[in-house]
Design a protein around this ligand. Structure first.
Ligand code: HEC
Length: 248
């Protein structure tokens, strides 16, 4: 087996350990240029081809004043759609598909004809637009006070080289982290909670898994580099979970 030079392994570990790696606001700002063809954000933002995205986190869908939303969006709004990071991620993956699934109306149409297929790009751009949302900012402040209720924030005090997983989705599921040897740990995580192996001796790859419940056999598993917190954004059986990274 070909092994990587130690410096490369170390460099990878350092990059992987950089805080905020999972959601990069600066990268998100660049991606937002694509959205800006239709959306504006920040002070003085005005509706264009798409609605203003200020305060989008926590905002009921289809309610920005003065914007003429499509029928599908209005229907989703009436059925209680309120935007959070996870829902925006699914929506911008495929707006029509999302509105159809949410409303249960197979003919629902989406006025937004733009898709972001790349998971990391979605996370980054949502991290960027979240900086214009007061509810996301409040959540950040309360996280600093030790309230881990906000699912998309990553704890900063993880053990050296640990393999970690965070439940950034809804509901409680059964998670496991495994860095080889006897490092495996498993347990139930509520939304926003994180599970890590202890400090591992060196940078390496490990495994994170999630199951609907403890005795569910079909869950999702992902290979991850140590020193990162992999986020499980949405649970789905048969390895169809949505994760914060596509590596591995
Ligand atoms: C080609 C134009 C266009 C582009 C590009 C576009 N959008 Fe949209 N977006 C729209 C339109 C139009 C709507 C209103 C949809 C409706 O009424 O069905 C919308 C709605 C939304 C909503 C829901 C807003 C609300 O008030 O409920 C979000 C969130 C959103 N877009 C995010 C994004 C993001 C993030 C990007 C970039 C990755 C993006 N959009 C790119 C046109 C666009």
């Amino acid at each position: 087996m070909k092994s990587l030079p130690l410096t490369a392994v170390l460099a990878a570990a350092i990059i992987a350990a950089a805080p905020g790696m999972a959601q990069d606001v600066v990268a998100g700002q660049k991606i937002f240029k694509k959205c800006a063809a239709c959306h504006t954000i920040g002070e003085g933002a005005k509706n264009g081809a798409g609605p203003v995205l200020n305060d989008i986190i926590g905002r009921p869908a289809g309610t920005f004043e003065g914007f003429n939303y499509g029928k599908g969006m209005k229907e989703a709004s009436e059925k209680g759609l309120v935007w959070d990071a996870e829902k925006i991620s699914e929506y911008i993956t495929d707006p029509k598909k999302y509105l159809r699934a949410f409303t249960g109306n197979k003919r629902a149409k989406a006025k937004m004809k733009f898709k972001v297929k790349d998971n990391l790009q979605r996370l980054d751009v949502i991290a960027y637009i979240s900086t214009f949302s007061t509810s996301a900012m409040t959540a950040q402040t309360s996280e600093e006070k030790g309230d881990t209720d906000r699912s998309i924030l990553i704890p900063s005090d993880i053990p050296a080289n640990a393999i970690c997983v965070q439940n950034a989705g809804h509901g409680t599921h059964f998670f496991a982290v495994d860095g080889g040897g006897d490092s495996r740990k498993a347990g139930h995580l509520a939304s926003g909670e994180t599970l890590c192996t202890g400090a591992l001796e060196m940078a390496m790859q490990g495994k994170v898994s999630v199951f609907e419940t403890e005795d569910h056999l079909e869950g999702c598993t992902r290979l991850v580099p140590s020193g990162t917190v992999e986020q499980m954004l949405k649970y789905a059986d048969f390895d169809r979970c949505l994760w914060s990274s596509n590596d591995g």
